[in-house]
Each structure stands twice: as structure tokens, then as C-alpha cells.
Write a protein that binds this ligand. Sequence first.
Ligand code: 4NP
Length: 158
Amino acid sequence: MRVLFVCLGNICRSPTAEGMFRRHLDEAGLADRVAVDSCGIGPWHVGKAPDPRAQGAAAERGLDLSAQRARQLAAGDFARFDYLLAMDEDNLVALQARRPADCHAHVGLFLDFAGLQGRAVPDPYYGGDQGFEEVLDLVEAASLGLVEAVRRRLEGDS
Ligand code: 4NP
């Protein structure tokens, strides 16, 4: 099973989602059955580590994002991943526009897995520190829901 988190720059929201989901997979004993990655729609921050504010807020909750490096969405991602999960509606529209007709992956909003249908993880890049706390709160809830969805799918497969 492969999961890709998608935001605009791949330096704030999707790296946070990647770090949080890795922790929850680990806690659920599923880390060796699920591959996790994140990417951005835009090219501006390719190769960079997550924003220092995202790293700082995550570190306060025991998540180390420092090894991550930003990359841009690639055409091959639609065949490689089972889930491509957008942080907001703009990211989702961009994903749908690039989605090949033969793509069978689940392409949707990440917060659907928190029971927050149609809601976005707000972009914290131009705001204050509180935005990064809100990202962590939303991502934590959706990540726990996604672990359960993935577990059900893996059990269905086995
Ligand atoms: P992210 O945040 O999409 O959560 O990584 C952003 C990072 C950079 C920019 C926008 C959003 N930017 O415009 O450079």
C-alpha cells in the first residue's frame, strides 16, 4: 500500500502529514506494510527541508521532519500510489487535472478521513504560528482515520 500526501509547496502541510502518518502507522504496527511520501503541486521549494516553523511545531509534538526534502508531483505518482491525498480543494483540482484516465488510485481530500468532508487544511505559509498548530491538530485527526481505512483495506486483501 502506498500513500502520497499533496500540498502546494511540500514544505508545510504535506510533510507534517507524512511525519504524523508515519508515527501512527508505526504505533499501529503497519509501518512495514505502507509506503509514505509527500509532494507539492508547485516547483518553488524542490530539494528544501520543511519550513522551520513546521519543523518547530512538529518537534514540540515529538515529530522529526528534518530529513524530508521537497519534491514536485510527478506523472508517475498516479500509477505508483494507492492514495493521493490533497490538503485543500486547489490541490485536489490540480491533481484531478493531471490524473490519467487509467488511474485507479483514491484521489481525494485528506480531511475526509477525519470525518470533515470537504474541509481543507488551511495553508499556514503566510500566517502566524497558530496556523501550524491548527495544521497539526487537523492532520492528527485525519491521520488516525486514514490508518483505520488502510488497515481495513489490508485486512480485506489478506
Ligand atoms: P504548503 O505551504 O503548501 O503547506 O507547503 C506553502 C508553502 C509555500 C508556498 C505556499 C504554500 N509558496 O507560495 O511558496
